[in-house]
Write a protein that binds this ligand. Structure first.
Ligand SMILES: NC(=O)C1=CN([C@@H]2O[C@H](COP(=O)(O)OP(=O)(O)OC[C@H]3O[C@@H](n4cnc5c(N)ncnc54)[C@H](O)[C@@H]3O)[C@@H](O)[C@H]2O)C=CC1
Ligand SMILES: O=C(O)C(=O)COP(=O)(O)O
Length: 527
């Protein structure tokens, strides 16, 4: 049974998939104190939030069972992604479900800002019939500058064109061609700022966008321009905006988001020219139902080990690629695990080569799984698909992935090479049609071993009697040999024995094996 904690208000209709799942216990409480949250998270397998709950490192560290954090919405700036990755917790979001609602909210703010609707309404509610004070401006023929032309930016553009506005947009991913297709003008950030009568931002809040609209960039804008922020507080620098409105450079602003929320007694709210809503962009029945459903399904997929649609802290993989790779997952992990268990020294570099059927597939997820298999020897079950790369990079281990046309006669081949400060070891494996995974090469020795169960790897001299002596000694210790493979470079030279046995080999047995004539090294492992 998976325990899923929902700590922000979510649409009950939207989370039906969770409520109806027989393997899920959903606990929904949006009024938890910090202490209560720490207690609740300690026994939860998943956490689902919106933008209120601050998912800090402290919270994640109190959650030994936590496997996934779901964000019922787009922005993940309230989640400590590094901490989640460090602890192998997958973060997923629901980026599609609230696009329309937020774009519509932006349009509502745009029109309200142009026509002073909130201010006029406020006066009228106080029984003051003011008309002269609230003369607005038309949108027609005005230029809307859009910074951040993703899902919401694009939807806002289409709606603004319906108002006969001219739209100019900047986004590092927006090409001339894409802009033409969307019917907007493509501009640099400077051009957008210089031409906008209304400027609206729709980027995530990241290092590059923090205070993107600041004292200097506001200087580039037309006198009397207006600014909207329905994306994230902090993209527009609040002090700079306050000053620009005060000195008349900027005629007004519409804000749905603030650097600190809830924004109570905020200086910007004291300005007549500023209209505001309390982070309502995604607050519609439809959006909330959409995001709650999307995130519920993704969270359950993570818990059940399925493919994740919207991962935030690991690369997303198309279902098509996933289907091609899935059969290789066990092979990649076992090869990595086998090799790291027989390699001595401090790990420095991992090279993974793919050939045959894997030549034209995006094999990054397989490399991640190989690295997980390798690192398990050192950090146990704490390493998983999410943190394998980061853990390796934190430890200064270099990971390389290469495609090779040499198949060595196999239809598919995965080769892992490990470099430590003491040695370099290589293993190759394949998926045999209908027969499953096989290790086909260990260093220079060709073998044929199923990578599972208890294994013994013995380096020895290719001399008569060596194999017999190993068999007798194992028998003395009641260790039954299931399979045995021998590989050698040349007759009488160096050789390797790989045995699969029915139970784990005890230390004294391993020691005695090491003392047998012609045996040079004995390594025991369990896959
Ligand atoms: N007010 C609210 O309730 C809501 C706010 N949001 C926020 O709206 C924002 C946009 O959301 P979506 O359109 O769904 O995201 P998106 O990911 O589809 O689009 C964001 C775009 O910003 C662009 N971008 C990144 N850095 C940039 C930079 N330095 N300059 C210009 N563009 C840059 C990206 O290339 C991307 O195209 C996010 O911050 C999200 O959290 C989203 C939903 C509701
Ligand atoms: O999806 C987003 O990024 C939002 O800002 C929506 O936030 P909310 O879920 O309404 O707290």
């Amino acid at each position: 049974m998976y325990r899923v904690l929902i700590s922000d208000p979510l649409s009950e209709d939207g989370i039906k998939p969770l409520l109806e799942a027989s393997d899920v216990e959903a606990v929904m409480d949006a009024s938890l104190s910090h202490e209560e949250l720490l207690k609740e998270i300690s026994t939860s397998d998943a956490l689902i939030v919106r933008s209120q709950t601050q998912v800090t490192r402290e919270l994640i560290e109190h959650a030994p069972q936590l496997k996934v954090i779901g964000r019922a919405g787009v922005g993940v700036d309230n989640i400590d992604l590094d901490a989640a990755t460090d602890h192998g917790v997958v973060v997923v979001n629901a980026p599609d479900g609230n696009t329309i609602s937020t774009a519509e909210h932006t349009m509502a703010m745009l029109m309200s800002l142009a026509r002073n609707i909130p201010q006029a309404y406020h006066q009228l509610k106080q029984n003051r019939w003011e008309r002269k004070k609230f003369v607005g401006v038309e949108l027609k023929n005005k230029t809307l500058g859009i910074v951040g032309f993703g899902r919401i930016g694009n939807e806002v553009a289409q709606r603004a064109k319906g108002h006969r506005m001219k739209v100019i947009a900047f986004d590092p991913f927006l090409t001339e061609e894409k802009a033409n297709k969307a019917g907007v003008q493509h501009g640099t950030l400077e051009e957008v700022l210089q031409q906008a009568d209304f400027l609206t931002v729709h980027t995530p809040l990241i290092e590059k966008t923090k205070h993107l609209i600041n004292k200097e960039t506001i200087q580039l804008m037309k006198p009397g321009a207006r600014i909207l922020n329905c994306a994230r507080g902090g993209i527009v620098e609040e002090d700079a905006l306050y000053e620009a409105i005060e000195n008349g450079k900027i005629a007004g602003a519409a804000l749905d988001v603030f650097e600190e929320e809830p924004a109570i007694d905020h200086p910007l709210l004291s300005l007549e020219e500023v209209i505001a809503t309390p982070h309502l962009g995604a607050s519609t029945v439809e959006a909330q139902e959409n995001v709650a459903t999307d995130v519920s399904l993704d969270v359950m997929d993570v818990l059940r080990g399925g493919a994740v649609k919207h991962p935030v802290n690991m690369p997303s993989v198309s279902s098509e690629v996933m289907e091609q790779l899935a059969p290789y997952f066990t092979l990649a992990e076992k090869l990595g695990s086998f090799l790291s268990n027989v390699t001595d020294g401090a790990l420095e570099k991992v090279n993974v080569y793919y050939s045959g059927d894997l030549l034209d597939v995006d094999t990054t997820p397989l490399t991640r799984i190989s690295v997980k298999g390798i690192l398990k020897r050192y950090i146990g079950e704490r390493v998983n698909d999410v943190n394998a790369y980061k853990t390796a990079s934190d430890k200064g281990i270099v990971i390389n992935e290469q495609k090779s046309t040499s198949t060595k006669g196999f239809t598919n081949l995965v080769t892992i090479e490990i470099e430590t400060d003491q040695e370099k070891r290589t293993i190759s494996g394949t998926l045999l049609n209908g027969l499953g995974a096989r290790i086909v090469k260990l260093d220079e020795y060709s073998i044929d071993v199923v990578p599972e169960g208890h294994l013994i790897v013995i380096h020895h001299k290719d001399q008569p009697g060596a194999i017999g002596r190993v068999g007798s000694l194992l028998a003395e210790h009641h260790v039954n040999i299931a399979t045995m493979q021998v590989g050698r470079t040349n007759q009488g030279g160096e050789a390797v024995m790989v045995l699969t046995v029915d139970k784990a080999v005890e230390e004294d047995c391993q020691e005695q094996l090491g003392g047998v004539a012609d045996i040079q090294q004995v390594q025991c492992l369990t896959l």
